[in-house]
Design a protein around this ligand. Structure first.
Ligand code: SF4
Length: 477
């Protein structure tokens, strides 16, 4: 039996890799709070999850494959006692989806115990792994996270904060990392700030998380984002900050705003919901289609569709129902079943769309398979014309920084030009938001990574890759 979930979304989307969470809160039930934090980060990874808790003397942990609510039953949470915790939700891009690859990674080293969670992909993980193994390191997993842990342990004569600083010198690529030992919590973000990481203040403590929605979930007040290249330490004296001398240009993943992050999150000072609404406004600046109604592909297209309706004057309608309970199946989908899964998940409302010219707003087209099926469903329900509007530019390049873009050859924008994609998905017109429009929508004061759209890789390519020639399928590495 094959474990498969969120099929309808995932057959045709980029997929976020992981969510990370950490909390330092003496006197509070940190296991329960971490559960809430992970629950709020479930959208960032549904294949496995875990948490580690320290009571000041020992670190205990539990992790498994499955959703947060499936993995953590109350008796498990009750047994995880302490005042510091780290937690993780995982979607595998590197390393097979096996229990051993779930996080936190917990180990003993010279200074005691350590637990670590990580979001992102290193571009020099292969080299580092070889170097470390040559010097006697052993690995139990196939994930980059264990490479980071071994690098830290190599500097074990230092305080953990200094070890993190030294590890940062060797690490290349994308990482938002939360670490703890028995007494302290640490957070570090790569010098390019590619993956999000923020800090919140609790009564008597602090929390850190990939997204601010997880801070809200545990009642923490958003304090600020962890800065690129910053290492945060949280202990009984409060919060301390160190900055690495390793410098990078600003390169936050712009797809966080397009699709990955929850709309109620704020990332680097920008609210995701507002950014998506702006994407709709920008789309209307670039093209006004001849349509009777604007409908979103739920959920991530909804706010952008509202924005497009506002700016274009075309009425908004909820023309497609998303079945929230159709997400998980325990089948190995054949092509026929995949198509049925789309139908099960996205159901057009005939009364809204029959006989109408429709503008459909979606966040991205990756392989085109879901879009094609959806368009057919809309036609079956009597749509007269379908104009497809996408709130991001075509995805043409692999992501090496923690997003599953699968095999480059399966990206429809690699295989076909605009006309070809239009014909393939079967629409009357097709428009992508320009990269300039997308950057404006997000509030383009800072730099972003948009490598999967423009091929400019701010943190470089993995050592074994040559642009355009590789397969992106890194699962099972
Ligand atoms: S390549 Fe694309 S998905 Fe990957 S980090 Fe950059 S913008 Fe995000």
């Amino acid at each position: 039996m094959f474990f498969e979930e969120e099929w309808a979304d995932r057959v045709d989307k980029l997929n976020e890799e992981c969510g990370v969470f950490g909390i330092y809160a003496p006197g509070k039930d940190v296991a329960q709070l971490t559960y809430f934090g992970l629950f709020a980060l479930q959208h960032r990874g549904q294949e496995g999850c875990g948490m580690a808790v320290s009571d000041g003397k020992d670190i205990d942990f539990y992790k498994n494959l499955g959703l947060v609510a499936e993995v953590f039953k109350q008796d498990i949470l009750n047994n995880l006692k302490g005042h510091i915790a780290v937690g993780h939700t995982r979607y595998s891009t590197t390393g097979a989806n096996s229990e051993v690859n779930t996080q936190p990674i917990v180990a003993r080293y010279l200074q005691g115990q350590i637990a670590l969670v990580h979001n992102g992909n290193l571009v020099n993980a292969g080299d580092l792994r070889t170097r470390l193994a040559t010097n006697g390191s052993v690995f139990q997993t196939t994930i980059d996270t264990e490479v980071i842990l071994n690098l830290i342990a190599r500097h074990s004569q230092n305080e953990l904060e200094e070890s993190l600083m030294k590890a940062m010198i060797d690490l290349r690529g994308s990482y938002a990392v939360v670490v703890m030992n028995e007494n302290k919590l640490y957070a570090m973000r790569d010098p390019f700030g590619n993956r999000p990481l923020c800090i919140g203040k609790l009564d008597g403590g602090y929390a850190v998380a990939s997204e601010s929605c997880a801070l809200d979930a545990v009642g923490a007040k958003f304090l600020r984002d962890v800065l690129p290249g910053e290492i945060i330490t949280i202990d009984e004296e409060g919060l301390h900050s160190l900055h690495s001398f390793v410098k990078g240009e600003d390169a936050l993943c712009i797809f966080e705003y397009v699709y990955f992050a929850r709309p109620d999150s704020n990332i680097d000072g920008v609210n995701v919901n507002k950014a998506r609404r702006n994407m709709g406004h920008e789309l209307a600046q670039e093209v006004i289609v001849d349509a009777d109604i604007v409908i979103p592909v739920p959920d991530s297209g909804t706010v952008a569709a509202i924005g497009y309706a506002e700016a274009s004057g075309i009425p908004f309608a909820q023309g497609i129902l998303k079945n929230r309970y159709a997400g998980r199946t325990f089948i190995q989908p054949t092509q026929d079943l995949r198509e049925l899964m789309v139908k099960l998940k996205l159901s057009p409302i005939e009364e809204e769309i029959s006989g109408k010219k429709i503008a459909v707003v979606d966040d991205s087209i990756v392989r085109g398979t879901t879009s094609k099926k959806l368009v057919q469903l809309l036609r079956d329900r009597g749509a007269k014309e379908i104009h497809f509007l996408v709130t991001s530019p075509p995805v043409k390049y692999p992501c090496y920084y923690g997003i599953d873009t699968s095999n480059r050859d399966t990206l429809i924008a690699v295989q076909k030009d605009l006309e070809g994609i239009k014909e393939y998905i079967g629409v009357d017109s097709l428009h992508y938001l320009s990269l300039e429009g997308l950057v404006r929508a997000v509030g383009g004061e800072r730099g972003f990574c948009a490598a999967c759209m423009n091929g400019n890789y701010p943190m470089g390519l993995p050592d074994d890759k040559e642009l355009g020639k590789d397969s992106l399928e890194r699962k099972g590495q």
